[in-house]
Design a protein around this ligand. Structure first.
Ligand SMILES: [Zn+2]
Length: 57
């Protein structure tokens, strides 16, 4: 919080895979980490609701 970083552009912008909402630090975002093929991936969800929605499907 309170820390500004200017590396948001260029990187693929994160958006919620469930509803498509752009993820920003102001959202109550949820990040899920999992390991696939020995590589850690992080999926960002805009809310707990979308996280649970994704896990159930
Ligand atoms: Zn969402």
């Amino acid at each position: 919080m309170g820390e500004l970083r200017a590396d948001g552009e260029g990187e693929s912008s994160r958006s919620c895979p469930v509803c498509g909402t752009a993820i920003t630090d102001s959202h109550q975002r949820r990040v899920v980490s999992c390991i696939e093929d020995g590589q850690a991936t992080h999926t960002h969800f805009c809310s707990t609701d979308c996280l649970e929605d994704s896990l159930e499907s």
